[in-house]
Design a protein around this ligand. Structure first.
Ligand SMILES: Nc1nc2c(ncn2[C@@H]2O[C@H](COP(=O)(O)OP(=O)(O)OP(=O)(O)O)[C@@H](O)[C@H]2O)c(=O)[nH]1
Ligand SMILES: [Mg+2]
Length: 698
């Protein structure tokens, strides 16, 4: 196995919307470059990078994976990432260790929500971006329309460096705008192509697009601008050099044209990666020294070794597989390095290159390259491995906080311990999930980025660790409130032998506006209740409101004023006033017209426009209120407000209704009253649940 040096490496992350063809494209690249023997497809489940059973079954990438190919004596490392929003953190982390992003865009749908998200993430990292306009063989695919949305949403500096030959089913190849050569592919997906002059019918369009490109390249550099004004054009060398520099600087974003499934345009894409995207040598990596200084490291293989851990795979048999980028120096097999994040020594055994799941041993991995090592003791994602003498670490990539929690329970009782150890392994692999125990209900909670994320995690738990669990539907955080003002009286009196108990209070309750939570006002005059007991009244009311009065949900958005009461010199104490408070509260609730509130979410749904009507109908059926609709190229954005309770199954619905081409974003907006007929259901199920708990406790 060859060891590559930094100058001959390109690290690219394939990012973009789900189903734009990232995995298929990776597969086509590997086959065209001869890295694998077969042309694997997503549809047959035979790609290199979607190797996980869950990915094969769902036909979606769920976790970033690594592959590599050699092209023109350069090693191209490809990180194939998930496009689905639930798994975004893996795309984000891939951008961190890549030197450029290949933003894969579906030529039918154009820019979609995830395209925008990865575009912004890459921009914030100052990462050069090349756009791969894929699926050009599909009906209604269009360079023109896609370019329009790319320029509107991403950047005006997106510039085609190729034009497609033919359209839709007739898409047969590309014209390179720099060399003005046409590459026409034979039908059947074999990848064979012939080179020729630009077809007659395209010459005018090619010249115009080439002129526009030259002008843009010239604009990015003063010297080139001068030359351009003198000569009226640029030489091919100037154009190539200028394009490379502008791409590296992020002032121009070249666009290439492909069909990953029909295997069209792949060699030209590879040429473009090698020609225009930077090697690690040109992309210094920023670390932080112990005293907080930012330090830049170049990919110098002679420097002390420093590696950043960007991903961990939890394999029940092979143990941990740790994926790294060697930032500087050379990481050697059978050596000892220091984990500087945890201050421990790590002994490395075999050091490997990853082709999907296949590991190939290498004697060493040099600066700039990506590799993996198995069975490390203490090292986890975001750690820095390297030279002990050198105090630098690399900043951690932050993972999103979970947005949704499900309760899980083992199918067989003996599995509780196993769940915990296996879940911790999965947490190491995916820091955007969280496993915990609810302190109140004692339920085991699995939190993540969405329903799909949780389901996939549960599936991994079963397949890899043999632990089968039931997923219980997540609890909706309902609340209760009141709709009427009233006054109430609570009196606690008990005479048992020696000391008695006596507490007595009168309260007023009033509704407050939504979001006001709870207010307690002490309006006692003339010592009707002694000062020291007023907090006890409040405590009693607080306890009572936390248990709700209809279905056991906390009560909010009202004010309680305690305005009168009485006491007994000997028998009054805190406990008595607490009980009096809670009795008064219960009395008040019989007249205060209590009601149940539910969380309402702001939802944005993105999907190809054909689906808009159906999706809006569905949202209406979910008690949603449509707030607006926008069209962006061929994508429709629907904005709506929908109760959380109705959105729990939305993801599944959207995926199946749009064949995976729709996506949505949802966040909490406010609480609103639950319609009466649904309230009785909530109350009934709360009662049933309480009965169940009591039975179990006996
Ligand atoms: N016609 C056509 N279909 C394609 C092309 N590229 C990919 N596909 C198909 O589109 C679907 C999605 O392709 P993938 O490669 O899985 O898409 P992805 O971007 O990896 O999707 P995620 O992993 O969910 O992010 C598959 O059915 C592919 O066969 C293409 O160029 N033309
Ligand atoms: Mg994929």
């Amino acid at each position: 196995m060859k060891v590559y040096d930094a100058a001959s490496i390109r690290n690219v992350a394939l990012v973009g919307h789900s189903a734009s063809g990232k995995t298929q494209l990776t597969s086509a690249i590997l086959s065209v470059a001869g890295a694998v023997n077969r042309f694997g497809t997503v549809d047959e489940g035979t790609t290199v990078t979607d190797f996980d059973e869950e990915e094969i079954a769902r036909k979606h990438t769920l976790s970033a994976s690594l592959a590599y190919a050699e092209w023109n004596r350069q090693k191209i490392n490809l990180i194939d990432t998930p496009g689905m929003g639930n798994f975004y953190s893996d795309a984000r982390v891939a951008l961190q260790v890549a030197d450029a992003a290949l933003v894969v865009v579906d030529a039918v749908a154009g820019v979609m929500v995830q395209t925008e998200k990865v575009w912004e993430a890459a921009a914030s990292l100052g990462l050069p971006r090349m756009i791969v306009l894929n699926r050009l063989d599909r009906d209604r695919a269009s360079l023109e329309r896609s370019l329009q949305t790319l320029r509107d949403v991403c950047s005006r500096a997106v510039m085609p460096i190729q034009l497609p030959i033919g359209e839709e089913k007739g898409f047969t190849g590309v014209v390179d705008l720099i060399t003005k050569k046409a590459f026409t592919f034979s039908a059947g997906g074999g990848g064979a192509f012939t080179e020729s002059a630009v077809p007659e019918a395209m010459t005018a369009a090619v010249d115009a697009a080439r002129d526009a490109l030259i002008e843009m390249v010239a604009e990015a550099d003063e010297k080139l601008m001068e030359k351009f004004f003198e000569a009226g054009t640029l030489t091919d060398d100037e154009l190539v050099g200028g394009l490379r520099a502008a791409t590296a600087a992020g002032t121009l974003f070249p666009l290439v044209c492909t069909s990953a499934l029909s295997n069209i345009g792949i060699p030209q894409l590879l040429d473009a990666i090698v020609a225009y995207l930077p090697s690690p040598l040109e992309r210094p990596y920023t670390g932080v020294s112990k005293d907080g200084r930012r330090v830049q490291r170049t990919a110098d293989e002679k420097a002390p070794v420093e590696a950043f851990i960007w991903k961990t795979i939890a394999d029940p048999f092979a143990g941990r597989i740790t994926m790294f980028r060697v930032v500087s120096g050379t990481l050697k097999a059978d050596s000892t390095v220091h984990n500087k994040t945890r201050d421990t020594a790590e002994r490395l055994g075999h050091v490997t290159l990853l082709q999907g799941k296949t590991q190939t041993n290498v004697p060493e991995v040099k600066a700039g390259d990506l590799g993996a090592v198995a069975k490390l003791k203490d090292t986890l994602t975001n750690d820095t491995l390297g030279d002990r003498a050198d105090d630098l670490t690399f900043p951690a990539v932050s993972f999103p906080e979970p947005v949704l929690a499900y309760a899980i329970e083992p199918k067989s009782r003996g599995d509780e311990d196993k769940i915990s150890t296996s879940m911790h392994r999965l947490e190491e692999e995916d820091p955007s999930i969280r496993y915990s125990r609810d302190p109140q209900t004692k339920e085991l909670l699995l939190s993540g980025q969405g329903q799909l994320h949780i389901e996939v995690t549960v599936a991994k738990l079963k397949r890899r660790f043999g632990v089968d669990v039931n997923l219980k539907p997540p609890r909706i955080p309902y609340r209760e409130t009141i709709k009427a003002s009233t006054e109430a009286h609570g009196r606690h009196k008990k005479q048992t032998g020696g000391h008695g108990q006596f507490g007595d209070c009168k309260i007023r309750v009033e509704p407050l506006q939504r979001g006001a939570d709870f207010e307690f006002v002490d309006d006692i005059f003339g010592g009707a209740i002694p000062r020291q007991f007023v907090p006890a009244v409040e405590k009693g009311i607080q306890d009572a409101r936390s248990r709700g009065c209809l279905a056991g949900y906390p009560m909010v958005d009202f004010r309680v004023t305690v305005y009168d009461g009485s006491y007994h010199d000997v028998d009054s104490n805190e406990l008595s006033f607490k009980l009096a408070g809670s009795l008064a509260f219960k009395d008040a609730m019989t007249r205060a017209r209590p009601t149940i509130l539910e969380p309402i979410m702001t939802v944005e749904v993105y999907a190809p426009s054909d689906f808009a009507g159906d999706l809006m109908g569905d949202l209406n059926g979910r008690r949603g209120r449509i707030a607006g609709m926008d069209t962006r190229g061929s994508t429709t954005v629907i904005k709506a407000q929908v109760p959380m309770a109705e959105m729990l199954t939305y993801e599944q619905h959207l995926t199946s209704a749009t064949g995976g081409r729709g996506s949505y974003h949802m966040e909490y907006s406010h609480y609103d009253e639950v319609p009466a007929q649904l309230q009785s259901k909530i109350i009934a199920s709360a009662k049933a649940e309480r009965a169940g708990v009591e039975v179990e406790e006996v």
